[in-house]
Design a protein around this ligand. Structure first.
Ligand code: F6R
Length: 602
C-alpha cells in the first residue's frame, strides 16, 4: 500500500527521499511524489507509474545545505492514479503526505469549499492541508494548527506536513497507520516501514496511535493528548543486503530460494528433541481455552486453514477460520473460552487488525502470528509469535506463508503437549518431521529447470484448477492464488473430492489441472478424483512421489514419512510454477498489477 518517507538534514534530501521510496516499492504503488523545502523555497515533483518516472523529473534538481523533504508512493483509493491525485498535496504554503483513509473527508471538504477553498484532487488527503492552513490562519501557530487539524480527522492516518511558514520542521501524526521516526546523529528520517530507514537511521521510534509532534534538525518533539511524551528509541536492526535481490531475477524468486533458511530460523530455539518451546508465551495463557478462532486475509488465510486441520488433529481443539473482512461485519458470537488468533505477514492489514480489535473488545485472549515486529497487529495482541521470514519484498507472498505454516504447526504441537493430547512417541516423530522441513524446501536446480521448461505449455487454456485434500486443499488454494496474482490467468483451488459436485462440468482438454497427490495422506482418494477428471480429458500436471500414468506432465516429489514434508515440497513446486508462467507471459513478478504488499485500507 502507500509508502511515506521524510527527511531533515544536511545530506542530499532528494537522494534520500527517492532512495527511501525505492525501498518501499515492494508495497505496491501507482504514482509517487516528493516535496523539498530549502530556505523557504519549495520544489515538488509527482509522476504516475514507476519511480523511474519521478527520478527522471527530479534529475536536474540541485539540493544544497539543510533541507526538509517528504515523499510518498500512492496506491489509489480515492481518485484514480493521476499526477493531481499523487501526494504531496499542496495548499497555499503547506504540503502533506498521508497514508490511510480520512473517513469524514466529504464533510470537511464541503465545509472548506464553502469557505472558498479550491481543491485540485479527488483525494481524501487534500482536506488535511487545507484544514491545516485554515486553522493556521486562526491560531497563527504551526503546532497548534496541526494539533487542531488532526483532532478534526476521523479515520486512519500517518501524516507528514511541511510548511513554508516554518521551513525547518516536519509535523507528523499517527493514528491507525504505521509511522516510524529515525535518527542518526542530527539527521532525522521518517518511514512508513523499517525498510525505508535501513542503512540510514541507527535508532528509531515506532509511533503509537495518537502520537504526533514535529522534528527539526537534530530534534524530535513528541506529544500525546497535548502532553509531551518521552522518546522510546530502539536500535534499528536488519540488514540492507538481505533486502536486495542478490542475483535473482525477482525478489519473489529469491524469496522462494530463501525458504529453507528462514524455515530454519523459524524453528530455531523452538524445538528440542522432545518438546516444543515458545518462550514468548506465558505458560498459563492457554488455560481455559476450549475453542480457537483464526482470522486472516489472502495467503495468511490459507495458512490459517492448513492450521485448522493440525490444531484439531494434534491439539484436539475445535478450530474455525474466518476471512477477516467477512468476520468484521457478521456480528459474530464470541465466547470467552475462545482463543482468537490473527495471522498477518505485514501486521498492518486493516481487516485483520480490526478483527483483532473486535476480539479484544469482546474480552477474548488474543495471539498474533506475524512477520513484522512492532507492527500494529503485534502491538495489539496479548501475545505474538514472530514468523522470522525477514523482509518479504515480492508482493506475492512465499516465504512468509511458509514460516506461518511451520509456526502454526509448532503451535498445534505445543498445545497438544500442554493438553496431553499427543503421545511422547508421536511428538518425537512430529519434531523429527519439523526438523526435516528446511532440507525439504531447498530448491533443486533440476526441479526449477523442469518447471521452467514445462511452463510454456500452460500459457493459454480457459483456466487452472489446483486440487488437493485435507491440508493439501489450502495448499491448492494458495497455489491458485499465487498463479492468478502474478500471471493474471484464471486459477481456482478446490478440494479434490468436491470437483464432481459442479466444477467438473468445466473439464476439457483446455482445463489445466494441477493435482497435489501426496503419498502419505488420502493417496487413493485423491488419485480416483484425479482419474475422474482425466476421463473428461483435462490436461493434467500431477505432483506426487508416485508415478501417475495419466498425467500430461509429472513432477516427481521425494518420498516423505510425514504429510507436512510433502506439503512443504509441493508448496515450492507450485510457487516455482507460478513464477515461471508469470515470467513467460512477461509480467512484473514482484509488483503485479492492482496489488499492494500491505493492505492498510479495508
Ligand atoms: C498474496 C498476499 C496477500 C496477503 C494478504 C494479507 O500473495 O500476499 O493475499 O496474504 O493481503 O496480508 P498480511 O499477511 O500482511 O495480513
Amino acid at each position: 500500500m502507500c509508502g511515506i518517507v521524510g527527511y531533515i538534514g544536511n545530506k542530499n534530501s532528494k537522494d534520500i527521499l527517492i532512495g527511501g521510496l525505492s525501498e518501499l516499492e515492494y508495497r505496491g504503488y501507482d504514482s509517487a511524489g516528493i516535496a523539498i523545502l530549502t530556505n523557504g523555497k519549495i520544489d515538488t515533483f509527482k509522476a504516475i507509474g514507476k519511480l523511474v518516472n519521478l527520478e527522471e523529473k527530479v534529475k536536474d534538481l540541485e539540493v544544497d545545505g539543510l533541507s526538509v523533504g517528504i515523499g510518498h508512493t500512492r496506491w489509489a483509493t480515492h481518485g484514480s492514479p493521476t499526477e493531481l491525485n499523487a501526494h504531496p498535496h499542496l495548499g497555499e504554503f503547506s504540503y502533506v503526505v498521508h497514508n490511510g483513509i480520512i473517513e469524514n473527508y466529504k464533510e470537511l471538504k464541503e465545509s472548506l469549499i464553502s469557505d472558498g477553498v479550491k481543491f485540485l484532487s479527488q483525494t481524501d488527503t487534500e482536506v488535511i492541508v487545507h484544514l491545516y492552513e485554515k486553522n493556521f490562519a486562526k491560531l497563527d501557530d504551526e503546532l497548534k494548527a496541526f494539533e487542531k487539524t488532526i483532532s478534526q480527522l476521523d479515520g486512519a492516518y500517518a501524516i507528514l506536513l511541511i510548511t513554508k511558514s516554518d521551513d525547518k520542521k516536519i509535523f507528523f501524526a499517527k493514528h491507525g497507520s504505521p509511522m516510524i521516526v529515525g535518527n542518526s546523529e542530527d539527521e532525522i528520517y521518517f518511514g512508513s516501514s523499517d525498510a525505508a530507514l535501513l542503512g540510514k537511521a541507527s535508532e528509531v521510534i515506532y509511533l503509537e496511535d495518537g502520537e504526533y509532534g514535529y522534528t527539526s534538525f537534530g530534534e524530535i518533539k513528541l506529544f500525546n493528548k497535548d502532553e509531551e511524551v518521552a522518546l522510546n528509541k530502539k536500535p534499528l536492526v536488519g540488514d540492507k543486503i538481505s533486502a536486495q535481490k542478490s542475483g535473482f531475477r525477482f525478489f519473489m524468486e529469491k524469496e522462494i530460494y530463501e525458504q529453507s533458511d528462514v524455515l530454519s530460523d523459524a524453528i530455531l530455539g523452538r524445538v528440542s528433541d522432545d518438546k516444543i518451546i515458545f518462550d514468548e508465551l506465558e505458560s498459563d495463557f492457554f488455560d481455559s481455552v476450549n475453542h480457537i478462532k483464526i482470522c486472516a486475509c489472502g495467503t495468511s488465510y490459507h495458512s490459517a486453514l492448513s492450521a485448522s486441520y493440525l490444531l484439531e488433529r494434534d491439539a484436539k481443539i475445535p478450530t474455525t477460520v474466518e476471512i477477516a473482512s467477512e468476520f468484521r461485519y457478521k456480528e459474530p458470537l464470541l465466547s470467552l473460552d475462545t482463543l482468537f488468533i490473527v495471522i498477518s505477514q505485514s501486521g498492518e492489514t486493516a481487516d485483520t487488525l480490526e478483527a483483532l480489535k473486535m476480539a479484544k473488545r469482546a474480552g477474548l485472549k488474543t495471539l498474533a502470528i506475524c512477520n513484522v515486529d512492532n507492527s500494529s497487529i503485534v502491538r495489539g495482541a496479548d501475545f505474538s509469535i514472530m514468523t522470522r521470514a525477514g523482509i518479504e519484498k515480492g508482493v506475492a507472498s512465499t516465504k512468509a506463508f511458509a514460516t506461518q505454516v511451520i509456526v502454526l504447526w509448532m503451535l498445534s504441537l505445543y498445545l497438544a503437549q500442554k493438553r496431553d493430547s499427543i503421545t511422547k512417541d508421536k511428538l518425537q516423530d512430529e519434531i523429527k518431521a519439523i526438523k526435516h522441513i528446511p532440507a525439504a524446501t531447498i530448491v533443486k536446480d533440476e526441479l526449477h529447470q523442469q518447471l521452467k521448461r514445462l511452463s510454456k505449455r500452460y500459457l493459454h487454456g480457459h483456466g487452472f484448477f489446483f486440487i488437493g485434500r485435507d491440508i493439501f486443499f489450502p495448499l491448492a488454494l494458495e497455489g491458485a492464488l499465487k498463479l492468478k496474482e502474478i500471471s493474471y490467468l484464471h486459477a481456482e483451488g478446490y478440494p479434490a473430492g468436491e470437483m464432481k459436485h459442479g466444477p467438473i462440468a468445466l473439464a476439457d482438454s483446455e482445463l489445466f489441472t494441477v493435482a497435489l497427490i501426496p503419498k502419505t495422506l488420502l493417496y487413493d482418494k485423491v488419485k480416483s478424483n484425479v482419474e475422474e477428471l482425466c476421463a473428461r480429458d483435462v490436461t493434467l500436471l500431477a505432483i506426487s512421489p508416485e508415478p501417475f500414468d495419466l498425467a500430461d506432465d509429472f513432477i516427481k516429489t521425494d518420498s516423505h514419512t510425514h504429510p507436512m514434508g510433502e506439503f512443504f515440497e509441493m508448496m515450492v513446486v507450485t510457487q516455482l510454477l507460478a513464477l515461471e508462467i508469470s515470467i513467460r507471459v512477461g509480467n512484473d513478478v514482484d509488483m503485479p498489477r492492482n496489488l499492494a504488499k500491505s493492505v492498510t485500507v479495508e
